[in-house]
Design a binder for this molecule. Structure first.
Ligand code: V47
Length: 381
C-alpha cells in the first residue's frame, strides 16, 4: 500500500477497532482498488467475529415464484415475462399447495415467495397464496413480497401501507425479503427501473413493516451501471433507517447477472469485487446484525470465501430458484444440508441452522422433517 493510503487505512482501522462509525468518505476509500482487498477483508472479518462469533448460519428453505408476468420492465431482470409471451406462467392453487407439501417433506422451515406484478391478478390472489399456504402448512415461515409488491398492492387496493401489511400478516405473512432495493440513488435507479416503487417508497414500506412488527431483510444490486459512490450512498440510507427502527435482520449484497437481460453487454462483477462488497457492507452497516453471502448468486466458492470477508450467513439449501438461474447463474438448484454444513466447517466456522428470524432450529433426532424453533441465535448489536 502507498504511504498515504497506509496512513488513511490506519485511521479507519482505529475507528473500527474502537467501534466508531465509518463515513461516506471512509466507504469510498475502502472501495479504492489501490487499497488491498485482503486488508479490507481482515477488518471486516474482525467485525464479523465481534458481532457473530465463530458461527456460519444457514437455513433449509425453498422458493416460490407464483408468476413471472410483470407490468414492470426492469432492465436487470431476466425472469419477467410479458402477459402474452409464451414464457409467461401463473401457478394454480394445486401447484402452490404441492410446493408446500414438498417443502414440508424436505424439512424446510421457510418459503421465500416473490414474483411478477401480474396485469390481471387482483390483490386477493396474492393474499390468497399466503392464506392458502399458511392454513395448510402453518409451520412454514412465509417470507414474502418485496416492497415493490407491497407498493403495487397499495395501488391495487387504494389502502395504506399499514393496512396492506397488516392484512397480509393476518393471512400468514411472517416477514419480508429484501428485494427491490436495487440501487437507491436516482442517478442509477432511474436507469434501471424508473417506473417501480422509488427509494422513498421502498424505505417507507420497510419502516412501516418494522412498525407493525415484521422483521425484514435488505439488499443491494451491484455490478452494473453504478459507481462506488452509489453503493456507499445506498448502504448509508439503509443504515439511517436501521438507526430508527432496528427492524432489518440481514443485508444481502446481490451481484448482477447480465445474461438474458437488457444489460447483457455488461460483464458480471468479479469475485474480487464480490468479496470487497461483502467486506465494505460489513464495515459500513455496523447496526445490521448479519451479512449474507447468497451462494446461488455468488457461486459456492466465493460464498464460502466470503465467510472470511465479513459474511456470517450463506442462505439456505434452496429449491426452485428462478430469478438468478434465468439470468445465467450456473450454481446448482439446491445444496444438501450435509454439503452446506461441510462448506461452512471448511471455512472455519461452526454451522448453525437458523430459522428465518434467526432462532436456532431444533430438529427431531428420529425424524429430520420435524423441527421447532428454539432460542434466538447469539446477538451483540
Ligand atoms: O430485487 C433480479 C435481484 C432480487 C437480477 O431477503 C438480480 O433473504 C442479479 O432479493 N442479476 C431478488 N440480481 C432476490 C432477493 C433475495 C435473494 C436472496 C435472499 C433474499 C432475502 C432476497 O434479485 C431483485 C433484484 O435486486 N435481481 N434480477 C439479475 N439479473
Amino acid at each position: 500500500m502507498k504511504a498515504e493510503h497506509a496512513a488513511r487505512f490506519r485511521e479507519i482501522r482505529d475507528k473500527v477497532e474502537n467501534q466508531q462509525r465509518l463515513t461516506l468518505d471512509d466507504g469510498l476509500f475502502l472501495y479504492d482498488p489501490e487499497v488491498p482487498l485482503q486488508e479490507v477483508g481482515q477488518l471486516a472479518n474482525l467485525v464479523r467475529e465481534r458481532m457473530n462469533g465463530n458461527v456460519g448460519y444457514f437455513n433449509i428453505n425453498t422458493h416460490l415464484n407464483p408468476t413471472n408476468v410483470c407490468v414492470y420492465r426492469c432492465r436487470f431482470c431476466a425472469f419477467r415475462s410479458d402477459l402474452r409471451d409464451p414464457k409467461g406462467y401463473l401457478m394454480s392453487d394445486e401447484q402452490i399447495l404441492a410446493r408446500g407439501q414438498e417443502a414440508t417433506e424436505n424439512g424446510c422451515t421457510e418459503m421465500h415467495i416473490v414474483g411478477g406484478l401480474h396485469h390481471k391478478q387482483p390483490y386477493e390472489w396474492y393474499r390468497g397464496i399466503i392464506e392458502l399456504l399458511h392454513t395448510n402448512y402453518p409451520q412454514i415461515h412465509l417470507k414474502a413480497w418485496t416492497a415493490v409488491e407491497i407498493n403495487w398492492f397499495e395501488f391495487q387496493t387504494k389502502k395504506t401501507k399499514q393496512w396492506v401489511l397488516q392484512d397480509m400478516q393476518q393471512a400468514g405473512l411472517g416477514s419480508m425479503p429484501g428485494g427491490g432495493a436495487e440501487i437507491f440513488h436516482p442517478e442509477v435507479r432511474d436507469q434501471l427501473c424508473e417506473h417501480k416503487a422509488d427509494t422513498h417508497q421502498w424505505l417507507q414500506i420497510h419502516q412501516t413493516a418494522h412498525e407493525v412488527g415484521l422483521r425484514t431483510n435488505c439488499t443491494m444490486l451491484y455490478g452494473h451501471v453504478e459507481k462506488a459512490y452509489h453503493r456507499i450512498d445506498h448502504l448509508l440510507r439503509l443504515r439511517d433507517l436501521q438507526d430508527k427502527t432496528g427492524g432489518f435482520q440481514v443485508f444481502i449484497p446481490l451481484a448482477f447477472h447480465p445474461e438474458n437481460t437488457k444489460l447483457s453487454d455488461l460483464k458480471k462483477p468479479s469475485a474480487l469485487m464480490d468479496l470487497r462488497t461483502v467486506a465494505v457492507s460489513r464495515l459500513m452497516l455496523d447496526n445490521v446484525q448479519h451479512i449474507k453471502a447468497y451462494w446461488i448468486m455468488l457461486g459456492i466458492e466465493t460464498a464460502q470465501a466470503a465467510l472470511a470477508y465479513g459474511a456470517d450467513d450463506i442462505d439456505g439449501t434452496v429449491r426452485h430458484e428462478l430469478i438468478y438461474h434465468d439470468a445465467g447463474a450456473t450454481t446448482p438448484q439446491s445444496l444438501s444440508v450435509d454439503y452446506i454444513k461441510h462448506l461452512i466447517s471448511e471455512a472455519g466456522r461452526d454451522p448453525i441452522e437458523r430459522d428465518t428470524v434467526y432462532n436456532h432450529v431444533v430438529r427431531d433426532q428420529q425424524d429430520f422433517t420435524r423441527w421447532s424453533s428454539g432460542e434466538p441465535v447469539g446477538a451483540s448489536v
